[in-house]
Design a binder for this molecule. Structure first.
Ligand code: AP5
Length: 218
């Protein structure tokens, strides 16, 4: 099963991806998580990406494509993958198409999660994320708090607010989304694999994705 998750920041891409990973045993590939881990480890890529991320801008396509060009050849993608946060520009979508065609792989579902700006603001200011780069579990102080406040249920590391969760960065991320990423809806909307769905609760979204994929595989 190969899935692309689209949607504005805070629409719930990471949350739905975690659920699909548990249900179907497929790998979540989050370019945001990869970049945050590179920043934390102080790598060359992390140093180049850090400023863009803190300001709520996109990291340049060339850096992202360098991460992604050989990613699908790795063993953990054999059963499929969920792309969370990639592609994010038309150029990235075109490059993805070329990469996958070269590997004779096809995408089973392109899912756009719909969320209003109000909902996004509420979710992002109340989100907490596991600080362990190898875990990065997602919580919400209202809708999905960890069992012990401030501690990740999965690995016991502290949960934190991300550097890009300030009101200014969130506003910039929404503007960047409208300018650079929302045009992907038009890019994919005539594809039979495309589905746009309100991000209300994660379970029905995961059910709809499974239904679409099984319908298309018949
Ligand atoms: P990235 O990490 O991808 O951030 P994002 O797209 O802005 O998305 P988020 O992770 O903030 O939100 P989400 O949709 O995953 O929501 P979540 O599930 O956490 O990217 C960060 C930065 O990296 C970018 O700004 C950019 O600089 C750079 N970058 C990454 N990829 C790039 C690319 N391809 N090209 C260029 N630059 C790139 O949910 C949010 C909260 O809501 C949580 O608290 C959750 O518990 C709660 N919630 C979610 N769903 C529900 C629900 N249904 N009901 C109730 N609560 C819910």
């Amino acid at each position: 099963m190969r899935i692309i998750l689209l949607g504005p920041p805070g629409a719930g891409k990471g949350t739905v991806a975690e659920l699909l990973t548990v249900r179907h045993g497929i790998k979540q590939i989050s370019t945001g998580d990869i970049l945050r881990s590179e920043v934390k480890n102080g790598t060359e890529l992390g140093t180049a990406a850090e400023g863009y991320m803190r300001r709520g801008e996109l990291v340049p396509d060339s850096l992202i494509l360098k991460i992604m060009e050989n990613r699908f050849l790795e063993e953990d993608c054999r059963k499929g993958f969920i792309l969370d946060g990639f592609p994010r520009t038309i150029l990235q979508a075109q490059s993805l198409k070329t990469i996958l065609a070269g590997l004779s792989m096809k995408i089973d579902a392109v899912v756009n999660l719909e969320a209003s700006d109000d909902l996004i603001l509420r979710r992002l200011t109340s989100r907490r994320t596991c600080s362990n780069p190898g875990c990065q579990a997602i919580y919400n102080i209202y809708t999905k708090p960890p069992k012990v406040e401030g501690i990740c249920d999965r690995c016991g590391s502290p949960t934190i607010q991300r550097d890009d969760e300030t009101p200014e960065a969130i506003r910039q991320r929404l503007a960047t989304y409208q300018e650079k990423t929302a045009p992907l809806i038009d890019y994919y909307k005539n594809d039979p694999a495309f589905l746009s769905i309100p991000s209300l609760t994660p379970e029905p979204v995961a059910d709809e994705i499974a239904r679409l994929v099984s319908e298309r595989s018949r």
